[in-house]
Design a protein around this ligand. Sequence first.
Ligand SMILES: C[S@@+](CC[C@H](N)C(=O)[O-])C[C@H]1O[C@@H](n2cnc3c(N)ncnc32)[C@H](O)[C@@H]1O
Length: 278
Amino acid sequence: MLTGSARQAYRLEAFWIKGRRASRDRHSTRVCGRRLHGIYCDQAQQIPIGTAAGGPCNTEKLVLTDNLYNYVLAHTPESQVLGRLREATAEQHAGRERNQVAPEQGRFLAWLVEALSVRSAIEIGVFTGYSSLAIALALPDNGCLVACEKDEHCMQLAREYWCAAGIRHKIEERMGPALGSLQALIDEGRNSSFDFAFLDADKRSYKSYFEQLLHLLRPGGVMVIDNVLWYGRVADPKETAKNTVALRSFNDALLHDNRVSFSMIPVGDGMTLCRKKP
Ligand SMILES: C[S@@+](CC[C@H](N)C(=O)[O-])C[C@H]1O[C@@H](n2cnc3c(N)ncnc32)[C@H](O)[C@@H]1O
């Protein structure tokens, strides 16, 4: 039984559950069945590396049923202000609330920020500010989140809740197309100054954002990239929409990128955690 904001979140996330289930089913049969990528090399250690798709994959796979997802939500702490923002987004941006990260993803981001002792963070794609708020609440009082967004309309709700949560002073807004905002940060000499980045904007620009964020992250810094499974479509060759193709290409390119180590996690719509190698 869910209460209050968790129940609301559960309703909002119903489609995520479907997307994730489809993704898992397709992923398991496709990925376990054949080798998807060639051998590449971990330059740090000069060890040839294949992918986990190369051999048998008999590990028991967990199907995230509605009941189980309900259980996950019931064990996902969410502050009241985050719950209220979720409800306000559903009311004021009805039909677009799926843009928000799921509650367990917000919690995961906040936990990473705490665990990695992040002081300076950057987010690409704010929408109504749910993930920004989760990150900023987890930052120390003198921490900073640079929040990049182009849509002034959705930022109004974000600002309202950042103020309500008492974390407005931690947020530096960068309004406008994010490629320009990131280039401005690079030009201002903020290279290698960020501990943490969260990428959640237009999918076709992910490769460009990734390159810019690599400049801005310090060595050892961590970047989290959202929607890497794109409702399971990345694993379905019949899906040829531009966003799907872009995400597939982004995921493939990472396999050969020796500047980072990474791990793809099937949480929400899929998140990849990347660490810039020192
Ligand atoms: C998926 S939503 C972000 C959701 C947010 N991270 C959350 O959890 O609430 C993507 C956002 O990226 C923004 N966006 C898309 N293209 C952009 C661009 N070129 N520059 C800046 N923001 C962009 C959209 O306006 C939208 O608000």
